[in-house]
Write a protein that binds this ligand. Structure first.
Ligand SMILES: *Cc1c(COP(=O)(O)O)cnc(C)c1O
Length: 418
């Protein structure tokens, strides 16, 4: 055996080893408020680093194109069964490499190029895979966007119905990346039925909350439910599709061979482990804490004068309209200052934003990662103070350094597992 096969990363590649070390340190010493991110368990990380990465397993359990797949079948069956149990679904496909890949498979399963999709406007909280012009979705299909109302900044189901009747889409998408309110999946399904469209619910952000019943499930209402596995669900980076038995073959065919080749079996192994974690009673506690933290953070920011889009949040995320406190501070600048203080967020358009997408008037904040670290509602006032101090610092370096010192203290109090 060649020696190199048993070398450590440090031995083979000191440069990459050093970058990994720096990233571990960054994650340990910063407060992660990006709503789509999380810290996975040791078990999930370990599963993703197993010998399952060595194996080709094109096809599905019991129907593989390669020999030696008995363990692949075992682990993929567990992942599928647990996904079905977690979401009370009839069928699960756990092979999509990402959320965007899951959506692509659904589009090709029910649309032809040129067909119309009705989806949430990206500028109002939608996702790029729901119709961005330079994404496959916007390139191949005609996109009709619905938005939030100017008055309450909530999705107006009357408007969704009106647009559906007018444009007769073949597919209606419910789901978001930056919308802080609960969706009415039953209402989307009713509109889809009325106009003869199929309905895809993309729960990439809220899957963990849905799994434990803290946000309504689209599974009884939608033809297809897509999700990522790495956001509130706290699994490895990846995607998944849930559907009814009647559509199982169609979906499986459009994942493989329709849009993908060999599945990432090490990631499917990690999905199985993440689903086992999500089926434990303490996962419900975790999701409950995410919501409590989001409520507490929203209230603490509002108490410091910030306006939140739609006036608050029902889920794990909120959109801060910076203009109420700092009319001249774009989200892009705020994001940079916060990062130098060790608080990681993303700038985000707010509905009817007058600034460009590269600047924005808002920030998107989410609590899943902080909650994983162990922060609770009582700590959210501190987090709001740290954010408020940064935004009021005018970017002054010594002020940012002082906040960073306090951020590091909080991080040290809530260490991540190694
Ligand atoms: C994050 C997200 C996705 C995309 O997931 P990737 O794994 O990054 O491709 C899809 N849909 C929605 C609504 C999302 O928020």
């Amino acid at each position: 055996m060649s020696d190199i096969l048993s070398w450590s990363i440090e031995q083979v590649d000191p440069q990459v080893a050093e970058i990994i070390r720096r990233e571990e340190e960054r994650q340990q010493n910063t407060l992660e408020l990006i709503a789509s991110e999380n810290h996975v368990s040791r078990a999930v990380r370990a599963a993703a680093g197993t010998v399952f990465t060595n194996k080709y397993a094109e096809g599905y359990p019991g129907k593989r194109y390669y020999g030696g797949c008995a363990n692949m079948d075992g682990v993929e069956d567990l992942a599928r069964q647990r996904a079905c149990q977690l979401f009370s679904a009839e069928h699960a496909n756990v092979q999509p490499h990402s959320g965007a890949s899951a959506n692509t498979a659904v589009y090709l399963a029910c649309l032809s190029p040129g067909d119309t999709i009705l989806s949430l406007d990206l500028a109002h909280g939608g996702h790029l895979s729901h119709g961005l012009k330079v994404n496959l979705s916007g390139h191949l299909f005609k996109i009709v966007p619905y938005g939030v109302s100017r008055t309450d900044e909530r999705i107006d189901m009357g408007e969704v119905r009106r647009l559906a009747r007018e444009h007769r889409p073949k597919l209606i998408i419910s789901g978001f990346s930056a919308y802080p309110r609960t969706l009415d999946f039953a209402a989307f399904a009713e509109i889809a039925r009325e106009v003869g469209a199929r309905h895809m619910a993309d729960i990439a952000h809220i899957a963990g909350l849905v799994a434990v019943g803290l946000q309504p499930s689209p599974v009884p209402h939608a033809d297809f439910v897509t999700t990522t596995t790495h956001k509130t669900l706290r699994g490895p980076r990846g995607g998944m599709i849930l559907c009814r038995e009647a559509d199982a073959k169609l979906i499986d065919r459009w994942v493989f061979p329709g849009t993908q080749g060999g599945p990432l079996m090490h990631i499917i192994t990690a999905k199985a482990v993440a689903f086992a974690e999500a089926l434990r009673p303490d996962f419900r506690q975790y999701q409950q804490h995410i919501l409590e933290n989001a409520q507490a953070l929203a209230e603490a920011l509002q108490a410091r004068g910030y306006r939140l889009v739609s006036g608050g949040t029902d889920n794990h995320l909120m959109l801060v309209d910076l203009r109420a406190v700092h009319p001249d501070l774009p989200g892009s600048e705020a994001e940079k200052w916060l990062e130098s203080a060790g608080i990681i967020v993303n700038k985000n358009m707010i509905p009817f934003d007058e600034r460009k997408p590269t600047q924005t008037s808002g920030l998107r904040l989410g609590t899943p990662a902080l909650t994983t670290r162990g922060l609770r509602a009582a700590h959210m006032a501190t987090v709001a103070d740290l954010i408020h101090d940064v935004l009021g610092s005018a970017g002054d370096e010594s002020a940012l350094r002082r906040v960073n010192g306090r951020v590091r203290e909080v991080c040290a109090q809530f260490p991540l597992p190694h």
